[in-house]
Design a protein around this ligand. Structure first.
Ligand code: XBP
Ligand code: MG
Length: 236
């Protein structure tokens, strides 16, 4: 079992882990931006589940274009603009208050703080998306700020590449053995494991049926990972 009480720091993935942002915000934001660009593409939830195998919103647009026989090079600039507009819509959706953190997230962070365990954010989403989530959904909970925040712009290779996790460990100046990660996707699990971290998976809307055999712990909800004040470790 993963025991962050035996770790000094917990590294949180964002999308799907801290909040169900994919179906509630990224997907509708993509569809709005695609429509505004005059493209006749509309992604269903099933389309998006397939496309989520690629991390990164821009990379996801390129994948869709390629899989559907479009001239990817000719569309590159258009899709870069669609991605930028998608992130504007994402921020608007977050500002509307439509996306709350997952149940138990605030209590988990507070339980870590009471046990002198720090937390950081390791995501390959755009920094603006993290900032929107933090400002509108998380900061109002009165949580301590994460120590380190690694986002998509900080890396040359997105998850499942371990780069984002390796950068976080370097900035924290901590070895992997003193930290653990919480993720919701196979790509995130592979990224964290390749950086040498133990991983707890929290099942999410789009990734619940993925192979998580390399995870140390698999839960349905974040409150299952909360620490008891006395035990100083994840409840079992
Ligand atoms: C997050 C993502 C992101 C978001 C979109 O990866 O894959 O692509 O869906 O973000 P992870 P951008 O949760 O594994 O860190 O559009 O900003 O790329
Ligand atoms: Mg995720």
């Amino acid at each position: 079992m993963i025991r962050p009480g035996e770790h000094r720091h917990v590294l949180f993935d964002v999308d799907g882990t801290i909040a169900e942002t994919e179906g509630n915000a990224h997907l509708p934001a993509f569809n709005r931006a695609l429509k505004e660009a005059g493209l006749s593409w509309h992604w269903t939830s099933a389309d998006y589940k397939h496309l989520l195998k690629t991390t990164g919103g821009f990379e996801r647009l390129l994948r869709f274009a390629s899989e559907n026989g479009h001239d990817v090079d000719a569309l590159r600039d258009t899709l870069a603009a669609v991605h930028k507009n998608k992130n504007r819509h994402f921020a608007d959706i977050m500002a509307s208050g439509a996306v709350l953190p997952r149940a138990g997230f605030g209590d988990l962070v507070m339980s870590l703080a009471r046990n002198n365990i720090g937390w950081s954010v390791v995501t390959t989403t755009s920094r603006g998306n993290w900032e929107a989530l933090w400002n509108y959904s998380l900061a109002p909970l009165g949580l301590p700020s994460p120590e380190v925040i690694v986002c998509g712009e900080d890396v040359s290779a997105k998850k499942p590449d371990p780069e984002a996790y390796l950068i976080a460990l370097k900035r924290l100046n901590m070895p992997a053995a003193e930290c653990c990660a919480i993720e919701d996707s196979r790509n995130g699990l592979l990224a964290a494991r390749a950086a040498g971290l133990e991983v707890a998976i929290v099942r999410s809307e789009f990734f619940a049926d993925e192979n998580f055999s390399e995870a140390t712990r698999l839960v349905d909800e974040l409150h299952e990972l909360s620490l008891t004040d006395k035990a100083n470790r994840f409840d079992e």
